[in-house]
Design a protein. Structure first.
Length: 259
């Protein structure tokens, strides 16, 4: 193998190798990665606690399970610095809908991880992901461009615990036209928000997440009513556990929790 980087890194489909080019191949086991048409790809085995992962490699399949999305978009895909493609959301009509399933009903812990790109500002809430439709007041969980608190376009990680929404906002506005990695995580005791692998907020939180029967919405509510994301979303993941600060840093820098 030369240093000419003939292999393509696939940050979004392999949990067991690093983000970067040929280092992916060198770090991975043959059972985890393979070469297809000259590019490095993975066997897509889900990690422990991995529930769903939407890579947006020009499709809406769940590479860790069967929670495949339905396309209600017209904007297609764009290239992404994280490798491969990202889904475009036009801020007005585009959304992806994933049917409700038992594994999408979290109660005692959850982690949401994603890369996102905000293309414009407005005075509306907009959702990267939400377990809520307009007919429900319960947003079981979500990552939201938040106008609830002070209208400042912060990123908010929300869970509905024992009859009340617990919202944890980033202290600064979401960067405009910059790819940013976000993690919202709750381990049953502490609710945390990470930006590019660094914790930017935390608060004590105990209880149980209230579930609902709604479809999962990506880029909007599941019923397509308001809260449209204007920009791109990539490598959207759900885990059934809360993660630590070191695991969050690993996930940002290497694409895997274990470092």
């Amino acid at each position: 193998m030369t240093n000419s980087s003939r292999f393509v890194s696939d940050r979004r489909t392999n949990q067991n190798v690093s983000w970067s080019g040929e280092l992916d191949w060198q770090a991975g086991e043959r059972t985890n990665v393979e070469i297809v048409d000259g590019a490095l790809v993975s066997q897509m085995d889900p990690p422990e606690s991995g529930v769903a992962r939407w890579n947006f490699e020009q499709d809406l399949s769940d590479s860790w399970g069967t929670n495949h999305g339905s396309d209600y978009t017209s904007s297609g895909y764009t290239s992404a610095p994280t490798g491969g493609y990202a889904k475009i959301f036009n801020g007005s009509t585009d959304r992806v809908v994933v049917p409700n399933a038992p594994e999408l009903q979290f109660t005692n812990s959850i982690t949401i991880s994603t890369w996102s790109y905000l293309d414009g500002r407005d005075d509306e809430n907009s959702r990267i992901i939400t377990k809520r439709t307009d007919g429900q007041t319960v947003e079981s969980y979500g990552l939201v461009k938040d106008q609830f608190v002070d209208g400042d376009d912060s990123m908010a990680f929300r869970v509905y615990i024992d009859g009340e929404h617990s919202t944890l906002d980033s202290p600064e506005r979401i960067p405009l036209r910059v790819w940013t990695h976000w993690i919202g995580t709750w381990d049953g005791t502490i609710q945390r928000l990470f930006k590019n692998g660094v914790e930017v907020g935390s608060q004590p939180l105990t209880g149980t997440i209230t579930t609902n029967p709604d479809a999962l919405g990506i880029g909007c509510r599941g019923d397509g009513n308001n809260d449209w994301w204007n920009g791109y979303i990539d490598d959207l993941r759900l885990y059934s556990k809360g993660i630590t600060a070191s695991e969050a840093s690993n996930l940002y820098t290497t694409g895997r929790i274990s470092g």
